[in-house]
Structure formats: C-alpha cells, structure tokens
Design a protein around this ligand. Structure first.
Ligand code: 13P
Length: 249
C-alpha cells in the first residue's frame, strides 16, 4: 500500500476576505512540491479559491460540514455542497467547533461519515486541554476522542487525523518533541489496531506551528504533516513550512 503524500494544511479559521486570495498566488509561484498543500479558507472563499488556483496544485477544503445531506439547518453547509464547489477536504471536530458549538465525538463522527459519503477526505481533530495534560489524562483523552470521532468506513485515503493540543493552539506554545512523539505513536497504534490500513493514515500535528519550529516537528516519527492556523494566513510564513515538510521527504 502506498502511503498518501505528506500534507501541509492551512486552516484560515474566520480570517480573510477576497483580498486574501492573493496569498494563494504567492504560494502557487513557489511551484510543485512532493508534499500535498491544502488551504481551508472560510466558506465564503472556497469557490473563489478553487477558481483562483485553477488546478494549480493546491487543494481546497472546508472547516466544518453538517452531518445531513440537505435540509432545514440554517447557516450550515453540507459536505456535498463543499464538494460541489471544488473542495477535496473538510476539517471536522476542531477544538474551536467542539467548544463554540458543543460538538461531541458522536457529532464529529457523523460529520466525518458525511464527508466520506460526499467524496471528501475528513481531517478529524483530537487534542487534550491543558488541565487534562496536567492531570496525566492526555493519552486517555486522545484514545477516547479517536475511537468516538472516527467512523467505520474510514480509510487511509479518506481520513487524516490531526493532533492539536488545545493549549498549543494560537498560544505560541508547543509540546516537546517527546510529547508529540508519544501521542502520535498512540494514535498510530490505535489506528493499526482498528483499521486494516491504519499504518497508512496521515497524522498531522497542529498548534503554533511556525517556520522556526516546523523542521523539528516534521522530523518526529509518525508526523506526516501539519495543520497550521495563524502561520497559514501569509504565504511568507506558510511557504517555508511547506518547504520544511518537503525537505523531510
Ligand atoms: P495555530 O497554528 O494558530 O496555533 O492554530 C492551529 C490550529 O488550530 C489549526 O487548526
């Protein structure tokens, strides 16, 4: 089985208007890479981003989807609607969704299943809070979230796991390399135990990834890329992170 390419994913969160698409031009100018590059802009920019990239080697994804295909869900978007405008990926279960919208593991699993049905690759996020880490619960929390948030039918082709410690998101703080390695090894073991192709799932690290720490993080075993927030907003920051991932091969 060929493992999918490493993945440098940018999550723009609720940032950016049409003017921000100029950053895509700058990323495209850097040319082709060995790793896959993904931008998940706000929903308003998905279609214009796809048009702007015009098949130029950057994938586009959503930041969330509803579990239903259509219906009376004001303000929500279905996975099929994301796919319709050219998205290939969707992030589900980001800690900001889990907190702001009270999404639990069951809801996240249903969203991931909806993504699969629409032909999208789901990026399923897991991660402990600082209090959970301090009380030694990290591996239990991660195991529980992974088991509950990844649906049956997940494969290395349609699912990516992102480990994002809540306390590292947007704080400038990152776990030690040993802490990241420990969680990623636990994720890998759990996936191998549950799925025939568990060894092939890509595992991303997310939380304060920057040009200055990317190479060190990408050298850790079982880290197959990154989910980057703030440093994905500017090509001047995201470009070097992509280059660092390419450099590990
Ligand atoms: P930062 O890179 O801004 O810490 O955000 C990480 C994140 O939440 C990506 O989904």
């Amino acid at each position: 089985m060929n493992k999918p390419r490493k993945l440098a994913a940018g999550n723009w969160k609720m940032n950016g208007t049409l003017a921000a698409l100029a950053e895509l031009d700058a990323l495209l100018e850097e040319g082709d890479r060995d790793c896959e590059v993904l931008i998940c802009p706000p929903a308003t920019l998905i279609h214009p981003a796809v048009a702007r990239i015009a098949g130029g080697g950057i994938a586009v994804g959503g930041q969330d989807c509803h579990a239903a295909e259509s219906g009376a869900h004001t303000g929500d978007l279905s996975a099929a609607q994301l796919a319709d405008v050219g998205a290939d990926y969707v992030i589900v279960g980001h800690s900001e969704r889990r907190t702001d919208h009270a999404e639990d593991d069951g809801a996240v699993s249903a969203k991931a299943a909806a993504a699969h049905k629409a032909g999208l690759t789901a990026i399923v996020c897991v991660g402990e809070t600082e209090a959970q880490r301090d009380s030694g619960e990290t591996l239990d929390v991660i195991a529980r979230q992974l088991a509950g948030s990844v649906p049956e039918g997940a494969t290395a082709g349609n699912t990516v796991i992102a480990y994002e410690p809540v306390w590292a998101i947007g704080t400038g703080r990152t776990p030690t390399t040993d802490q990241i390695a420990e969680v990623h090894a636990a994720l890998r073991n759990a996936l191998v135990a549950r799925f025939a192709d568990g060894a092939g799932f890509r595992l991303l690290y997310g939380g304060s990834v920057k040009p200055s720490n990317a190479a060190e993080i990408f050298a850790i075993a079982n880290v197959d890329g990154a989910l980057v927030g703030g440093a994905s907003l500017k090509a001047a920051d995201f470009g070097p992170i992509v280059a660092a991932l390419d450099a590990v091969g």
